[in-house]
Design a protein. Structure first.
Length: 406
């Protein structure tokens, strides 16, 4: 049977980072098994194809979520060591320059996510790692000396073994990239549990009657607040009206706080169409317009203040009451009915509980078994946080695997 020091299951972001870091440390005896026909398919599609790889704010409080109450301190410690600056150096070694935007988001300077995948693939292969694609792992087992991974390739069943095994199999979101959630069973076969799973960074379904004339309209850099039983969450960004509810980066961002609660029916959104302008100023503008144009119909009063279609929808909801209309421009309420689910989500919330792993994400149940990336119960905000976690967790795993050799 083919034997390696390390087998990495999953050639996505975390698997490629890990193969890179291990080879950088001089560990050449490693195999990556990826079920897809190529590695890094999802990574190449990230950030609308531009690859939002990290964020200057990754080490700030509140960037990451987990069902584990201890997680914040633990992730904080991890990210204070493997933060955005350290990551920038990682990329520089691979010939990739990062550029940062005004929100702290980092992209490869050429704005091509596929360049990130190529850089990781070239580096890992050049330094001795083997990346085997079209290889779906369906079982793993412990042996006296390590682990056996059983996989299917080209219609044949095969097996290989290693001292250490790392699950970098991702979560359940966006199954068209090879992540359908079935890989959690590999961890469960070793007695690990999986926390409840929810989609995150996902479009939200809302009541549609108040917005049915707004389909396709984008509110640029609006304010969005979610009111949920657990609290109130406000973000800024684009909001796009759709036939099922709302999309856009503000919606994705706010979804990270509320998807576990949306099924309760107790979550509402309120949209601020004009975050820079106060309610009183809007009311005054409406009064002036009413005085200047007595013949103007109520539905047109917000013309020139907000998008015409939005103005009409607001005035209809306010039933012509100008004070109420000014309030609705600042807080247009929409009841949340659900989300579009895992197939449309970018990230999975939940996974292998952090308390079942050591600081370096080694299994506390089975020595030599590790986890990195989205398969763990840690998910990040929108803006480069999730790819950064794939990196930081892979770095922690690599430190443990190579301890003593670095
Ligand atoms: C459209 C989209 C855009 C995104 N944009 C961003 C962004 O701009 N910035 C950001 O930070 N995050 C972004 N994300 C999230 C980010 O891509 C993920 O959080 C990250 O890729 C997780 O890395 P991972 O290695 O844990 O999992 P993945 O990258 O999902 O990799 C897991 C790999 O394991 C393989 N696999 C699964 N099961 C098996 C098996 N049984 N055998 C062999 N292989 C298996 C899969 O095929 C897959 O290649 C985006 C996600 C999507 C879907």
């Amino acid at each position: 049977m083919e034997t390696y020091k390390v087998i990495i299951i999953g050639g996505g972001a975390a698997g490629l980072f890990l193969a890179n870091i291990l080879t950088e440390y001089g560990e050449k005896d490693l195999l990556v098994l990826e079920r897809g026909e190529r590695v890094g398919k999802k990574l190449s599609a990230t950030g609308n194809g531009q690859g939002n790889i990290t964020n200057l704010r990754v080490a700030e409080r509140g960037g990451y979520f987990s069902s584990d109450p201890q997680a914040e301190a633990r992730l904080g410690a991890l990210l204070s060591v493997y933060g955005a600056e350290e990551f920038r150096e990682f990329w520089a070694k691979r010939g990739v320059l990062l550029s940062f935007d005004e929100r702290g988001r980092a992209y490869p300077a050429g704005r091509q996510a596929s360049a990130l995948t190529d850089a990781l693939r070239f580096y890992a292969e050049q330094n001795g790692a083997e990346l085997r694609t079209g290889a779906r792992v369906y079982a793993i087992r412990k042996t006296q000396n390590g682990f056996v991974a059983e996989y299917e390739k080209d219609g044949e069943k095969r097996a290989c073994q290693a001292e250490k095994l790392v699950l970098c199999t991702g979560g359940k979101a966006a199954k068209n990239f090879g992540t359908d959630g079935t890989a959690y069973a590999l961890a469960q076969s070793f007695g690990h549990t999986v926390t409840p799973l929810y989609p995150s960074l996902v479009q939200l379904k809302t009541e549609t009657a108040p917005i049915k004339t707004l389909k396709g309209i984008r509110v640029v850099n609006g304010g969005l607040t979610a009111h949920a039983p657990s609290g109130e969450y406000t973000v800024r960004g684009d909001i796009i009206f759709t036939d099922y509810g709302v999309s856009g980066d503000a919606v994705f961002r706010v979804s990270a706080f509320i998807t576990p609660e949306v099924e309760s029916g107790q979550v509402t959104l309120s949209i601020d169409f004009l975050p820079e302008v106060g309610e009183q100023a809007i009311f005054t503008a409406l009064q002036k317009k009413r005085a200047a144009y007595p013949a103007l119909s109520d539905s047109e009063l917000l013309l020139g203040v907000v998008n015409n279609q939005i103005g009409r929808a607001v005035m209809k909801r306010a039933a012509g009451d100008m004070q109420k209309a000014a309030g609705l421009v600042k807080a247009f309420p929409l009841r949340v009915m659900g989300h579009l689910g895992f197939d449309y989500a970018q990230v999975t919330k939940g996974g292998i509980p952090l308390r079942e792993t050591t600081e370096n994400f080694e299994s506390k149940r089975v020595k030599g078994l590790y986890f990195a990336g989205e398969t763990l119960d840690a998910d990040g905000q929108c803006g480069g946080f999730n790819l950064h976690f794939a990196y930081a967790s892979a770095r922690a795993v690599a430190e443990s695997i190579t301890r003593g050799q670095v």
